[in-house]
Design a protein around this ligand. Structure first.
Ligand code: NDP
Length: 338
C-alpha cells in the first residue's frame, strides 16, 4: 500500500521534503461486524486548506494532521470490501480518504455515492462537481448577491474555485475580469473560460492602478481567493454598495506576520459588505448545485480545466505546487484509473 505521510509540522510554506512517500502495509479487508468500508483510491484532490492541517497550531475549523501519519483529503474511490449495508463492492464514492492506494474508511457517513455518467469525467467529482465547485456556487450566489450587469473581479481566477466563479458570473450577465499568476493562465481565462478580461498580477507594480485600468467604473463584486495586498487594492476600487466574498487567503499562508489591510475605511465610505464564508455552511444547497452545474456542463455552457498528475508518487509535488501557482486549473492526482 503506497502512502504519503506528513513528516513533521511545518511553519513556512510546505516543501516536498515535508512529506514522505513510502510503501506501507495494506489493509486487506474490513473488521467483522464493522460499518467501515475498504476503498481503492482512484483520484485525490489537492486543496489549499490542507496546508493549514500541516501546522501544529491551526486555529481553524479542522484538526491538524499528525506527524508520521497518512495525509487525508477529498478523494474519489471504489469500494472493494464492505459489510456496511449502504455500500457494495464496486460502488464509487467521494469523500474524505487517505493519501494511499487503499484506505479503510471508518467514518462512512461522510461518503457520498457517485453516479457514473459517461459524459462527465470521474475526477470532476473532486473539482467542478465537488467541494471547489460547490464553493464557487455557494460563494457566488449566496454571498455575492450578484445582479445582471455588475462588475465582478475574481483572484486566483484560473484555479479550481475561480474558474467556475467567473463562468457563473458570465452566465449571470456580469462583466468579469480575473487575475492569475502567468501569461498562460491569463490566456486560458480570456480564450477558454470566457472572462471579459484578465491580467497577470505578478507583472503589475501598482495593483490599485491596474484594477482602475480594468474597472474604470469600479468593482461591484470581488470574489477573493487570495487576501493580502490584492484585497487591499480592491477595497480602493470598489463601488458603493459592493460586496466582497472572502473565500481564501492563500497569499497569507506561510507568512508568520500577515500583511495588514490599510483600506478598510472603504467599507464605511462605500457601504461595502465584506463577508467570509465556508462552503460547509451551505451544504443543504449541494443537491441543487449538482443539478445546476451538471445541466450547464452538459449544455456546453461551462467547461472545467484540470491539472492531473499521474501516480501517488506525484502527490507531494502536486500539493506543494498549489502554493507557487504551478497548477493550471484544478489539481488532482490520479492514483489509479480503475
Ligand atoms: P487553486 O486551484 O486556485 O490553486 C491555488 C492558486 O492560488 C495557485 O494556482 C495560485 O494561482 C494562487 N496562489 C498561490 N500562492 C499565491 C500567492 N502568494 N498570492 C496570490 N495567489 C497565489 O485553489 P482553489 O481554487 O482550490 O482555492 C482557491 C482559494 O479558495 C484558496 O484560498 C482556498 O483556500 C479557498 N477555498 C475556500 C473554501 C471555503 O469554503 N471558503 C473552500 C475551498 C477553497 P496564481 O498562479 O493565479 O497565483
Amino acid at each position: 500500500n503506497k502512502q504519503v505521510l506528513l513528516r513533521g509540522f511545518i511553519t513556512a510554506s510546505p516543501r516536498e521534503t515535508d512529506l514522505e512517500f513510502r510503501v506501507g502495509r495494506a489493509e486487506l479487508g474490513v473488521p467483522d461486524g464493522s460499518k467501515a468500508v475498504l476503498v481503492k483510491n482512484l483520484y485525490l484532490s489537492c486543496d489549499p486548506y490542507m496546508r493549514g492541517r500541516m501546522r501544529e497550531y491551526y486555529n481553524s475549523y479542522i484538526p491538524p494532521f499528525q506527524p508520521g501519519s497518512v495525509l487525508e483529503g477529498f478523494g474519489l474511490a471504489k469500494v472493494v470490501a464492505s459489510e456496511n449495508p449502504h455500500f457494495r463492492p464496486g460502488d464509487l464514492v467521494s469523500g474524505m480518504t487517505g493519501w494511499e492506494e487503499y484506505s479503510l474508511i471508518l467514518k462512512t457517513e461522510q461518503l457520498r455515492k457517485v453516479q457514473v455518467d459517461e459524459k462527465i469525467p470521474l475526477s470532476y467529482h473532486l473539482g467542478l462537481l465537488g467541494m471547489p465547485g460547490f464553493t464557487a456556487y455557494a460563494g457566488f450566489y449566496e454571498v455575492c448577491s450578484p445582479k445582471k450587469g455588475e462588475f465582478v473581479f475574481v483572484s486566483a481566477a484560473s484555479g479550481a474555485v475561480g474558474q467556475l466563479v467567473g463562468q457563473l458570473a458570465k452566465l449571470h450577465g456580469c462583466y468579469v475580469v480575473g487575475s492569475a499568476g502567468s501569461q498562460q493562465k491569463v490566456d486560458i481565462l480570456k480564450n477558454k473560460l470566457g472572462f471579459d478580461d484578465a491580467f497577470n498580477y505578478k507583472e503589475e507594480v501598482d495593483l490599485v492602478a491596474a484594477l482602475k485600468r480594468y474597472f474604470p467604473q469600479g468593482i461591484d463584486i470581488y470574489f477573493d481567493n487570495v487576501g493580502g495586498a490584492m484585497l487591499d487594492a480592491v477595497l480602493l476600487n470598489m463601488r458603493v454598495g459592493g460586496r466582497v466574498a472572502v473565500c481564501g487567503v492563500i497569499s497569507q499562508h506561510g507568512i508568520s506576520d500577515p500583511e495588514g489591510l490599510h483600506n478598510l475605511s472603504s467599507l464605511l465610505f462605500k457601504r461595502i459588505r465584506m463577508q467570509g464564508f465556508l462552503q460547509s455552511d451551505y451544504l443543504h444547497l449541494f443537491p441543487q448545485f449538482l443539478d445546476c452545474i451538471v445541466e450547464y456542463y452538459k449544455q456546453g455552457k461551462i467547461i472545467y480545466i484540470e491539472d492531473m498528475t499521474e501516480g501517488l508518487e506525484s502527490a507531494p509535488a502536486a500539493l506543494v505546487g498549489l502554493f507557487s501557482g504551478r497548477n493550471v486549473g484544478k489539481q488532482v492526482v490520479c492514483v489509479s484509473r480503475e
